[in-house]
Design a protein around this ligand. Sequence first.
Ligand SMILES: NC(=O)c1ccc[n+]([C@@H]2O[C@H](COP(=O)([O-])OP(=O)(O)OC[C@H]3O[C@@H](n4cnc5c(N)ncnc54)[C@H](OP(=O)(O)O)[C@@H]3O)[C@@H](O)[C@H]2O)c1
Length: 173
Amino acid sequence: MKDFSIIAAMDSRQGIGKGGLLPWRLSADMAHFKSVTTSSKSGQRNAVIMGRKTWESIPERFRPLPERLNIVLTHNTRYALPEGVLRGSSLQEVLSRVSQMADVDQVFVIGGAQVYKDAIMLAQCRILYLTVIHGLFECDAFFPEIPSDFKIISSEDPQSEQGTIFHFSLFSK
Ligand SMILES: NC(=O)c1ccc[n+]([C@@H]2O[C@H](COP(=O)([O-])OP(=O)(O)OC[C@H]3O[C@@H](n4cnc5c(N)ncnc54)[C@H](OP(=O)(O)O)[C@@H]3O)[C@@H](O)[C@H]2O)c1
């Protein structure tokens, strides 16, 4: 099975969501997410794997995420998705399916809380792209505890957007 990365943005208590949505709007973080998940080898594209609730949290006009193979996890085998979007019934099954696709470069797990919790425990999860937002946002969905075998590789200087301070960090194992 192919290695994969996780990408997430979290507040100071690892909060990632509130009421089914992102608790913040940071255009620099959205641009970072787009750049990291879209950049691929020429002739290939990356895959983004997400839970059904994260899929539903993306406004219809912005989904599927362009230039990436979108894969949605759900236990509902009749869940309707647009053409070109794959449905998966388990993370392992989806990861082994993408490993066999010659046109897929990198694989990213993009949330939400339920999917991160399973994904971070898998041996093939090698890199965490984490945006850390300084502050608390009354979240009801949280990023899991980071296993101790992940080590911090880089932490960029904090930046500020409309009074919200955040920084990009990278962990690997
Ligand atoms: N800050 C960030 O970086 C970030 C990123 C993404 C999402 N979020 C936030 O996270 C929140 C959503 O997280 P969530 O935990 O509630 O939902 P989620 O993980 O997005 O989706 C959960 C759903 O995905 C399906 N699912 C999950 N694991 C599965 C598995 N192993 N096999 C098959 N299906 C599986 C199930 O769908 P069925 O019920 O249909 O079976 C489950 O109900 C929202 O607030 C969202 O905005 C934040």
